[in-house]
Structures are given as structure tokens and as C-alpha cells.
Ligand binder design. Structure first.
Ligand code: DQA
Length: 133
């Protein structure tokens, strides 16, 4: 399966950003780990990170003919970006929303995800295992 992995804003600072919440590994380490763990499944991955809402939408559009599945950690955009939600609906590729932390156990504003209902699944609170699952 061709899997498009999109990491949103501030995830480029993983490793130095709030390590008690997000862990001490960098985004690169985490994505290499994910690809290695999935080797036996013979998936092909493309990894992107962007701090910009429109750029995330452009990536979804540009990769829509390649991707057969999407893992998206939209960071804070997950809580309010109707534009990313519309993009996921527009390309209609099975997508799973991922969060490293348990967004239901944190501040109130994180409890709502506008992406959840347009994804086939949502995994949160399992650190890097959220991506693997
Ligand atoms: C996050 C949770 C979001 O609330 C936050 O804005 C992030 C990271 C996570 O992976 O736990 O940037 O998506």
C-alpha cells in the first residue's frame, strides 16, 4: 500500500518540544522507526511535514493519485481546520488521524477534532505507537 504520512505544525520540533508530552525522539527518528517496523508489510511511504495549512492541503491534492492510505497528525490544525477536513473529504482516500498525546486528557480545546469524523480511524495517546497502530 502507498501510505502518505503528513505531520503538521510544530512536529518538526519533536525531541526538543515539550518532551514530557511528546517524547525525546525527533520526527526523523520516529518516521525511520515507523518505516522499519512496517518493512514486512511492504508498504511504500512518503513523509511530509509542514507548518502551513495551505501547504498541507497542497500535499494532499498533489499526492492524491499516489496515496492509497493517509496517516495525518495535523497537530493543532486537527482541532479547527475545516479546510484540511474538506481536503480529506475531497480526495476520499482512507485516512487515519494520529496524535502522539491523548488529546482527550489535555486542555479542553484539544478534545475536539474536526478531522475525526472524516477519517476511518483515529489513534491517540500511544506516542510513536499511535503511528504504527
Ligand atoms: C498533537 C496534539 C495536538 O493537540 C497538538 O497541537 C500537537 C501535537 C499530538 O500529536 O499529540 O501539535 O497532534
Amino acid at each position: 500500500m502507498n501510505i502518505l504520512v503528513i505531520n503538521g505544525p510544530n512536529l518538526n520540533l519533536l525531541g526538543e518540544r515539550e518532551p514530557k508530552i511528546y517524547g525525546s525522539e525527533t520526527l526523523d527518528e520516529l518516521m525511520v522507526w515507523l518505516e522499519n517496523c512496517s518493512k514486512s508489510l511492504e508498504h511504500k511511504f512518503k513523509f511530509y511535514q509542514s507548518n502551513h495549512e495551505g501547504e498541507i492541503i497542497d500535499i494532499l491534492h498533489d499526492e492524491r493519485h499516489w496515496a492509497q492510505g493517509i496517516l495525518i497528525n495535523a497537530g493543532a490544525y486537527a482541532h479547527y481546520s475545516y479546510a484540511i477536513r474538506d481536503a480529506l473529504v475531497s480526495i476520499s482516500i482512507p485516512s487515519v488521524e494520529v496524535h502522539l498525546s491523548d488529546i482527550d486528557a489535555r486542555e479542553n480545546f484539544r478534545k475536539k477534532s474536526v478531522l475525526k469524523s472524516v477519517c476511518i480511524g483515529s489513534v491517540q495517546g500511544k506516542g510513536k505507537n499511535s503511528y504504527l497502530e
